[in-house]
Design a binder for this molecule. Sequence first.
Ligand SMILES: [Zn+2]
Length: 183
Amino acid sequence: MNTFLVTFVIVLTLVTLLMLEPPNDQDFMREALRQAQKAREAGEVPVGAVVVLAGKIIGRAHNQVELLKDATAHAEMLALTQTQAAVGDWRLTECDLYVTKEPCAMCAGALVHTRIRRVIFGCTDPVAGAAGSVINLLQMPALNHRCDIAPGVLQGECAAILQDFFRSRRDEQTENPKSETRN
Ligand SMILES: [Zn+2]
């Protein structure tokens, strides 16, 4: 067989293998980032989440606190509710949740209640993070369920969208100090 043909077959095999490769943590975090972008466009604090079961996204949501006027409408909470409806069970023991920012205490509590298998997050939240920053509710020995944690996936992009949002909100408030301030 000539060398060109051998090279061609090898390259074709490699390309096929790459295309067949299952999505990884970064791919799912990109989807969560798309959700965060939707929040941003809606004027919400840009956090997004997706829930994955057997390699497929079955829940996706973004923060909707302002729209719903509901302090519990965090991306994780909405994604969990959606997922429970999709699987017809509150036990999500085979599901993994991807979220752009470290979950707060409320969301971490819900993740333990729904028995999520793995929690993958982007940037940490030193002020309110309940996956290790302020407290680690996801892995409390005394609770009946513990989640595996994978921090820092696409950390830079996840932090940037938040920093950008808060920076432009500060700028707006400096230019127009009488405008309503929320959060
Ligand atoms: Zn939360």
